[in-house]
Structure formats: C-alpha cells, structure tokens
Design a protein around this ligand. Sequence first.
Ligand code: GLY
Ligand code: MN
Length: 443
Amino acid sequence: MSRDAQCDPALHRSRRQRLLNALGEGVLLLPTATAAARNGDVQHEYRPGSDFHYLTGFPEPESVLVAWRINQRSHHSILFVRERDREREVWDGPRYGTRGVKTAFGVDEGRAIGDLSKNLIELVPLHGRLFHTLSADAALDQKLMAAFARARLRHRRTLLPAHPIICDPGPALAHERLTKDRAELVSLRKAAALTANGHMEAMRVTRPGMFEYEAQAALEATFRSGGSPRNGYQSIVASGPNACVLHYHENSRRMRSGDLLLIDAGAEVLGCTADVTRTFPVSGKFTEAQAAVYRVVLSAQAAGIRACKAGARWDSAHRACLRSLTKGLVDLGVLRGNVTRLVKQAAFKPWYMHGTSHWLGRDVHDVGGYQSMEGVVATLPVASVLTVEPGLYFGKRDKSVPEALRGIGIRIEDDVLVTKHGPEVLTQAAPKSIAAIERLMKR
Ligand code: GLY
Ligand code: MN
C-alpha cells in the first residue's frame, strides 16, 4: 500500500465538513497534484497535492474531489479516480478504483476520472458558486471551460448563465490548515523525531575527508528506514563556505578538518514535514571563533523560541532574534554602536539576510497568512507550528568582519508548536548545545 495512503474516513469527512461550512453554499472542485514526466518512460516521484491529501487521505494521481455541503453536519463527496485496470496494475501496482475508494476512504461516491468532463455540467450548478482555484491545474481548467462552452450553447435561449461565480477556496483551506489537528500533530511529531534521529546520525558519521553527499546519505537513510517516504524538501548539506549559500543543495564538496557542516533537512511523514537545521564541526570540536559565533546564534534562537506565545505577533521570534543577533554582532566586534539603533538601521542585514520563521505543516513553507490586506500582522494561534531559524553568515572574502570569522556560516532551526501553555519545541531531540554536539561526535 502507498505510504501516503491515510485511510481514516471520519477524520477526512470532518475536515471536509469544516471547510465546506467555512466556504458556505456552493460546490468544491479540488484536484490532486499532477504527475510529472522526467524523461522517456520515467516519472518524477509522485506526491499527492497537499490540500487534496488533507481532505481525502487519498494517495493516487489523476484524482479530483467534488464536494458540497448539505447542512452544518453533512455533505456529499465524490472522488473521481483511476479505474481498476488489470494490465496497468501489472506495471504500476494496485489501484483502489471507484469501489475501493468509497470503502477505504469513506467518500459517498467513487466515479471514474475519465467521466469527469461529462459529469461536470451535472455537478457544477450554473447559478450559485463554484469553489475552484483557476490556474492551479491547466488540464482541469480546460475541462471546465469546455463544460461552460457547452452550457453557454445549451442555455442561450433560457437565459441561464453559462457558468457560476468562481471563488478561490485557497484562503479558506489555508486558514483550516494553519492550525493542526490531532492527526496532523501525530504525523508532525513522528516527522520531528525521525528528523532528529537523522541529524544525530549525520553527526555520528561525519569525518574530515568525507563528501557532503555521504553525510546526506546517512541522514536520509535514517529517514527512509524510519518510515518516511521522502524529504519535505531537498536536503541542504553545506560545509565550510557553502553554508553561506542559503539554499545550497549540490552537496558535492569534500569536507575538511576545521570546517563547519550546516545541515538543513526534514523527513516527511503522512504528508507532514519537519524542518531542522543543525551546524556542527566536521572534526567534532568547534574552534574558538566558531564557538563564539555559534553561541550568538544559539542564544538568539532561545530568545526567538521564548517569544512564540499564543496571541503574540507571528513575527515576535524574528524581532527577538534580530535584537539578540545584533547584540551578538557587537560582542563579536562586527558592529559598533547602540543595539536599538543598529536594529532600526537593519545593520545586521549583510550577515543575516533571511526571515526567522515560516509556518510549517504539509508544505515546508506552509500555507497560512502573515498579514491582512490592510497590513495587520497575523498573530500566533494555538496549534499552529512555525520554525525559528536564526543564522549568521560571514562570507570567505568579507573584509568587513574580523578575519577569524570569515567563512563561518551557522544556522540553528527548530519547529515550534504554539500551545496554551507556551511554545513546545517538537525537534528538541536533535542536540544543539556545543557540549551535547561534541559529546555525541566523540562517541
Ligand atoms: N528549510 C529551508 C527553508 O526553510 O527555506
Ligand atoms: Mn525553514
């Protein structure tokens, strides 16, 4: 069975009901992700669409959900899926088919995806509303336009409209997905635990002379053997100066004694991913200069995590980190002057050029608003998850910093669940104090 299949009819029914109640009267049309050809007969690895998987738990490509609300407590849902096909299943593995999808995933009806086009006019009312994100799936848009063209011809005498009002369900879906339910928290905790194990394994095996991809292999082997089908994003395994390339993923350099290794990687479990960064010395022991910078980033991160309180501005962690990092830059002799003024002037920018947090969940940079149309900053709801990931990056040729600091790039990142009782760090198991890292690497 696909490791992306989540057969929990009650869970997905309740997610669909919540969304449909939020959307109101109308029909939801939601495709999964499209499969992508790589070359010849080879496909890229398939991953179900995040919104679709959230609402159905169904893992197969070429699937579309159609659902509408009946009342506050009930709705009707149809999954259009690939039909059983003995010959294709010999090559690609078993399919649920129209009958299997109904029993295993608890939708009201399973229908053949090949019938979607001709079913659209029957299912999509010409008056009222259609919840569909135009431009997300070009093939489905085309089917819809063709159905509207047929309706326009058919209804030109009755003066019925050719199509309904089309509303984007994306914002409502993002709002639902921003706060994690119990099942998602189970997946996120598993992803976090596996990710911590992977980072620890990379720390255990890393030695001078190894290539970055060897550390990556150890890390990802731990993810895979723990049951994660894939990473939430491409692993960043960046040694020495590569750590200053924020999304480096060549992972091809041979590591040397004296280098730091920055690893930013997360395992995905049932559609949810962790996102963790650890930075450690390839030789197992921090140099004095590396330790000095590391302590600055670590205490900034601690300040950031403390700021993740329910109801606070979502960027409270960023603001706390900026202050702490700026103070650290003064202590390191990189900046001079009054810390408050330096923060206001964004004097940290040459060495800290990214944000501190993003929402985390099914997507590594998960859905969820950061501010309203009027510019009002979002606050942290209970059960939301965000990253706290400050860093400092001193380029190899950066003459504006003391020589000892050049070529040092450090980021420390954890995943924080906002609770009523304060921030809970889901990824705490990955060691991050200097003493804990050196102890682990010595063994
Ligand atoms: N883990 C990569 C990022 O947050 O951009
Ligand atoms: Mn991140």
